[in-house]
Design a protein around this ligand. Structure first.
Ligand code: NDP
Ligand code: GDR
Length: 342
């Protein structure tokens, strides 16, 4: 709550994504009024937040959704004027690394320039707010691990390059305009809500389907990449803590552990009693022109200043995701049977 006892207002861009949905839940639990920016789409795109949405008539209606796009700067100014948020979380992005090689200009426009549009909208609307930028371990790219806040950037994809731009524009607005603006440099974080084209969820969905006899093969690219995979709900708590700190600075969130894609396959398939080597095939379409070989994050600053530490590590994460995908498939199967029988 604010001093006047009216709720704090937060604006989340990317609220329909994995992180946006967990952050919306967290802020609603904390009593915030939450405003989310959504894109007009020809199909439904709010599945991840439907469960927290209350109709306008409901007494506890504190989640508001607004059509907007990071490509549309004037709309951002209008919205910021209307909402007057205390906190802005910029999570929207074209967030897929492989896709950024196919759509480099679009990725630069949204994942890079979109951040400037939002920061300029904050200035144009004269809003006194705190700003969170979803920066990424992909900015470190080819710089060897372990990586922390002082590690030099060497991005290896149009996505990584765009995130470096957003990182620096965020720092520049902090220094130039005294804005409370922070970069959360987050290493990979996953959950049952992870998009189905990222490698972890692609694997755990396939495990559930193979176990159910609906699929036999899974096509993947580079299995040797090393990643530091954490659990998304814990990372959104870290984002919030960054904006509650006295001073704005940048933080790494990670688990400081290293596993290969092969390891993730092993954890996931074994949890379902399956042998991944019998099912996984190679498809060069999933390779990237330039790959990031190893990301392992040192989260010491977040631990010291925010008291933040990861609890769920990669082997357990894989189990959580497999269990969720197995359960989701069972529910889907029951719906199907109900439909056929009715
Ligand atoms: P998702 O891909 O799940 O979500 C991306 C969100 O951005 C969606 O809500 C999407 O909307 C929205 N979006 C995309 N393009 C636009 C646009 N032009 N205008 C407005 N909104 C748009 O990403 P995550 O939740 O995983 O990640 C959140 C942020 O954190 C991203 O910026 C990502 O790059 C960054 N990040 C993620 C990490 C991870 O491991 N998950 C690690 C480090 C950084 P729609 O639903 O309509 O597509
Ligand atoms: P990443 O995640 O590129 O790290 O970006 P992704 O899950 O896409 O890839 C991880 C690693 O797996 C390898 N890989 C495959 N990846 C995909 N998507 N599909 C495949 O079939 C496949 N086979 C092997 C990749 O080559 C890579 O090495 C994620 C995103 O959430 C970014 O937005 C975020 O900034 C970073 O994490 C940190």
């Amino acid at each position: 709550m604010t001093d006047s006892q009216s709720p704090k207002r937060a604006l989340i861009t990317g609220i329909t994504g994995q992180d946006g949905s967990y952050l919306a839940e967290l802020l609603l639990e904390k009593g915030y009024e939450v405003h989310g920016l959504i894109r007009r789409s020809s199909s439904f795109n709010t599945q991840r937040i439907d469960h927290v949405y209350q109709p306008a008539q409901a007494e506890d209606h504190r989640l508001f959704l607004h059509f907007a796009d990071l490509a549309d700067g004037s709309r951002l100014v209008t919205l910021l004027n209307e909402i007057q948020p205390h906190e802005v979380y910029n999570l929207a992005a074209q967030s897929h690394v492989r896709v950024s090689f196919d759509e480099p200009e679009y990725t630069g426009d949204i994942t890079g320039m979109g951040t400037t549009r939002l920061l300029e909208a904050i200035r144009a609307a004269h809003i006194d707010c705190r700003f969170y930028q979803a920066s990424s371990s992909e900015m470190f790219g080819a710089t060897p691990p372990p990586q922390n806040e002082e590690t030099p950037f060497y991005p290896r994809s149009p996505y990584g390059v765009a995130k470096v731009y957003s990182y620096w524009i965020t720092r520049n607005y902090r220094e130039a305009y005294d804005l409370f603006a922070v970069n959360g440099i987050l290493f990979n974080h996953e959950s049952p809500r992870r998009g189905g084209t990222f490698v972890t969820r692609k694997i755990t969905r396939a495990v559930a389907r193979i176990k159910a006899g609906l699929q036999d093969e899974l096509y993947l690219g580079n299995l040797d990449a090393v990643r530091d995979w954490g659990y998304a709900p814990e990372y959104v708590e870290g984002m919030w803590r960054m904006l509650q700190h006295d001073e704005p600075t940048d933080y790494v969130l990670a688990t400081n552990t290293a596993y290969t894609v092969k390891d993730f396959l092993q954890f996931s398939f074994a949890h379902a009693g399956l042998d991944w080597e019998k099912h996984v095939r190679f498809d060069e379409r999933y390779l990237r022109p330039t790959e990031v070989d190893a990301l392992i994050g040192d989260y010491g600053r977040a631990k010291d200043l925010l008291g933040w530490e990861p609890k769920v590590l990669t082997p357990r994460l894989a189990q959580i995701m497999v269990d969720a995908d197995v359960a989701a498939l069972e529910i889907e199967g029951r719906h199907f049977v109900d439909q056929v029988q009715s």
